[in-house]
Design a protein around this ligand. Structure first.
Ligand SMILES: Nc1ncnc2c1ncn2[C@@H]1O[C@H](COP(=O)(O)OP(=O)(O)OP(=O)(O)O)[C@@H](O)[C@H]1O
Ligand SMILES: [Mg+2]
Length: 224
């Protein structure tokens, strides 16, 4: 499902202070695998996830995700690829506070040209999987941290993405909400999603659904 080969990322190339955050990264993920990406702050986890989600391009290297070669995709195609294939869950949730939960969850479907009826159906299904249907019409501003996370999960699921990328998904959650999140991950795994989670959270270490742990150290994969 995911194939990365010789990925390098240099920020500010050609400028006064170029910085290389990723060195010769290569790994594969099979469909349905759940992999933890571990590494200290600044090791390159978020950069790697954003390259996999076609939010940034690598400086060099090859990436194939669900049959698409995305390393050099023009922006327009990159956003279409994302809308079709990727669900993102961020540490800070990245929700629009002034919109309600259902509106936030519907946002990734707007560029797809779906009918309102289809959008409503997909939103209802995603809210249900993420266990947040009861807050559909509440403004995001008034949600608890755990509820915001569940709204963010619903948004990541609404396009029925095959691949879910999570960046420190439990960093802003207490233990109880983190455990709820793990429960939802189990459901996603049983739906056959391919899941990559960047995290330091030791709660993930004991999780029986984890297939593999990749360790990243100063931009290099340490234990493939
Ligand atoms: N746009 C950029 N320009 C310059 N340097 C960058 C840029 N983006 C990331 N970096 C650098 O690349 C390195 C990796 O950053 P990244 O955000 O991927 O780390 P991380 O492993 O996600 O860290 P954390 O656990 O703190 O979130 C850092 O040293 C960071 O300063
Ligand atoms: Mg990060």
């Amino acid at each position: 499902m995911i194939h990365l080969q010789s990925i390098n990322k240099i920020h500010g190339e050609g400028g006064p202070a170029p910085f290389q955050s990723l060195y010769d990264i290569g790994f594969d993920m099979a469909a349905g695998e759940l992999v933890i990406l571990k590494g200290v702050s600044g090791s390159g986890k978020s950069t790697l996830l954003s390259i996999l989600g076609a939010l940034q391009k690598p400086t060099s290297g090859e990436i194939e995700v669900d049959g698409s070669r995305i390393a050099k995709l023009p922006d327009l195609h990159a956003s279409a690829f994302r809308a079709r294939t990727i669900g993102f869950i961020f540490q800070t949730f990245n929700l629009f506070e002034e919109f309600n939960v259902a509106e936030n969850v519907a946002l990734p479907l707007i560029p797809t040209g779906m009918s309102q009826k289809e959008i409503d159906g997909n939103v209802a299904r995603a809210l249900d999987v993420a266990n947040i249907s009861h807050k559909a019409t509440q403004s995001v501003r008034d949600l608890s941290g755990g509820e915001k996370q569940r709204a963010a999960i619903a948004r990541a699921l609404v396009n029925d993405a095959k691949i879910i990328l999570c960046d420190e998904p439990t960093a802003n959650l207490d233990r109880e909400n983190s455990l709820t999140f793990m429960g939802i991950l189990k459901d996603l795994k049983s739906l056959g999603k391919t899941i990559l989670i960047a995290t330091h959270d030791p709660l993930f270490a004991d999780l029986d659904i984890v297939d593999r742990v990749l360790e990243i150290e100063s931009g290099r994969i340490a234990r493939p």
